[in-house]
Structures are given as structure tokens and as C-alpha cells.
Design a binder for this molecule. Sequence first.
Ligand SMILES: C[S@@+](CC[C@H](N)C(=O)[O-])C[C@H]1O[C@@H](n2cnc3c(N)ncnc32)[C@H](O)[C@@H]1O
Length: 429
Amino acid sequence: MVEEIIPEITIKDLGHDGRGVGKLNGYTVFIAGTLPGERVRARFTKRKKKFGEAILEEVLDASPQRRIPPCPVYPACGGCQIQHMKYPFQVEFKRDRLVQAIYRIGEAEDFPPPGVYAAKKELNYRNKATYHLQGNNAGFFSRQSRRIVPHKKCELLTPQANLIKEGVEELFKGRKLRDGKKFTVRTSFSHNQSLLILDAAVKTQGGWEQIITHLNQENPELVGIFLQGKGKKPGRLIWGKSKVEEKMGRYSFQLGPETFFQVNPEQREVLLNKTREIVQGMGLKKIADLYAGAGVFGINLAEYAEEVMAVEISREAVNEGKRVVKENGMDNIQFYQGEVERVFAKLPRDIDCVLLDPPREGCHPHVWQIIEEKNVDNIIYISCNPATLARDIAELQPRGFRVERMDLVDMFPQTYHVETVVLMSRVQK
Ligand SMILES: C[S@@+](CC[C@H](N)C(=O)[O-])C[C@H]1O[C@@H](n2cnc3c(N)ncnc32)[C@H](O)[C@@H]1O
């Protein structure tokens, strides 16, 4: 490791991941935990040809946007990146990042400024976390390495999730654990339930009874413990039930270990309302909800269309979507299980609105060709990654689509992640 002190450097800008960027005789240096306008002392950890990385040693001249981070392990833990920023500045940083991505990567020149919806709760908002077990502790990876940073409680999670994590730590104390073992705690805010999902690699020498009794005594809201399968081997329920109940919009979903669900219950309602505002009054006939999960958007928007087709790869999520549809007596939604890049092409033509909500990597490139073939006129793109959103906007513009509306909904305070909903409409055939 390169150990070299930078006695003084001025931070000029922020990188996409929230790190401060300074110049040392023209050489770019990234320093986590710093803010534009600050003068800091830092120490190099990496020196590459084009840029270097350094860690903050001392703030010599602080920005008015700096604050004391709420979490004591923030400087070391890789879970959060921007806790040192006052919350309104975090949102401003995200807005800027989004606009820059659309402008630079998306090559869009003329687009409306984004509506910005900050979170009311900047802490204790997350309903799901995956912990890594190492030594006697469970936690998240450090900023610098794949070693975990032990912590008492995570400020982004609920007290219940923190207690379950403590209980699991307690159980594995003193056992020789090889790295790579994980567990996930999923919590339902609306129903005060938690589910513990253990990685297949977790071995329990003490037997399940001990684990169940121990965790259940301390955590009455724990409804089940699920052991994930390995490879193609299915997982199995160890105790209780394998689902927690969560509400989105008017509907209740039973979420199993594999089903994706937006992690911030309050802000996901804002996200849903923004999509609702877009489709209301459009007079839609056919909506395709692609990368649908359990169909939370398609199901909630079904009243604004004659027909909704939802496509999702996870069988568990599709089964849940079908269950909700049946339970609510809805007759205008069809679920299709499979990959969007294969199934979308088989759907009927003349779809007037496509809702895209892909993972961070963005949409599969086949999607653009199929959008043309199906005569799609409107696309609602829900994205958790401005870089891939912008890349996909760059694909759609030459096909005659323009950005008509953009809303940034802050789903992930304290982290650099940005959630956006964009409406693109076809202006040329
Ligand atoms: C960001 S999540 C959105 C889910 C849903 N719209 C929601 O908000 O709950 C992305 C979803 O895409 C699914 N997925 C990933 N790759 C896929 C693919 N190639 N084809 C279909 N679904 C896919 C994942 O299983 C996940 O449910």
C-alpha cells in the first residue's frame, strides 16, 4: 500500500459515489468523506496512472454542508457513503448526479428538470439487510476491503432487525466460521414481522432448536427462519413461515425470501404515486410491466388500463403476483414467468405503455428492438442507477423517444443510490 501524506488539498467536486474529488498538480485524487470547498489533509492508499485514492486524515477547513455522521462506524463501514453530508445537501448531490448522467451519458440536451422528493425519514427506513459473518461478528464490508466492520446497530435499519442481527451473532460466537457466510433479515413495517433468511453455507452445530428458542425469545415479531438452497437445491423452512406481509398501495403482498420488494416503505408509496400521476388520464389500453417482481406496479395501476401484462424471472414473485390478483378478483392482469428479453417479444402488439423497472444493470439490449416492433408510445422507466438509466435513454432517443418527465424519489438516504422515475414518449415514428 502507498503511504504518502497529502498535507493539503482542496476538494473541487463530488464523484458519482459521493467521494470528494481534488487535484494535486493536475492529478485527480478521490477522498471519501470530504465535501466541495473543503481543505483537507489526506493519505494516499492507491496511486494509479490517471488517478489516486486517499483517505481523509483531517478536515482543515470544513464545508457548511458537513455534519457529524449519526453512525459511529460510518468512516470505516462501506454500507453508507454520504452520512457526513447534511440531508438536504445529500438530495441536492443526487439531483445533480442524475442531471449530469442524463446530460452526459444520455446525451439528452432538452429535458425537464426533475421533481425531487426527499425522504421524511432519513434513518431507520430500510426493511431488508444482508449481513456477512466473520469471526464473532456480523456486519457490512468495510470501504477498503472485504473485511466486515463490527457495529452495535445500523442506523438505517429497524430496532427489530438490529436485535435479530445481535441474536445471530450471539449464536455463532466462538465458532470457527469461514468467510462467505451470510444472512438476511427482512422486516415488514406495516405488519411488524421479520423473517430471517440464512445462507445455505451457514452450518449450525448446536441444532435448530437452540437457534429457534434463542431468537424467538428476544424477537417476538420473528415469524420464520428460512435456510436458502444451494445451486438448484431448493431452500427449506426451518421454523415458522417463510413469508412476511407488506403493503404497497391498496394491496397486501406475502413476501418470500426470493421476492424483490422496494426497501423503503414510505418512499415506495411516493414512487407509486408518481407513476400513478403519469398513467392517470392517459386512457391506456395495454400496459406491459417488465421486470415486474410480484407485480406491485402493474397491480396498482391496473385500474387505469384495459389490460396489464407482467413479466418477471422469479417464479416465487410471479406466484405471489398471481395470488394477489386472484385474491382481489382482478381479471385484467396476466403474469408471464421468464426473462424479459425472451418473453416480451411474445406478448401481443400495440402495447401503449411499457413500465421498465430493471435491476442496477439496466435493461437487456433486446428490449429496444421489441419496443419498436410493438409500437410502444410511452415508456415509464423506474431506475435505481442513473448511469444505466442514462445509457438506456441514449438507446431510446434515436428511436424517436424524448424525456417528458423525471422524478427523483430519495429511497436510500445516507447512501449514494438514486431512484428515479422517468416518462419517455415517442415524438417521432
Ligand atoms: C428492481 S426489481 C423491480 C421489481 C418490481 N418492479 C418492484 O418494484 O417490486 C427488478 C426485478 O427484475 C427481475 N429480473 C431480473 N432480471 C430479469 C430478467 N432478465 N427478466 C425478467 N425479470 C428479471 C428481478 O427478479 C426483480 O424482481
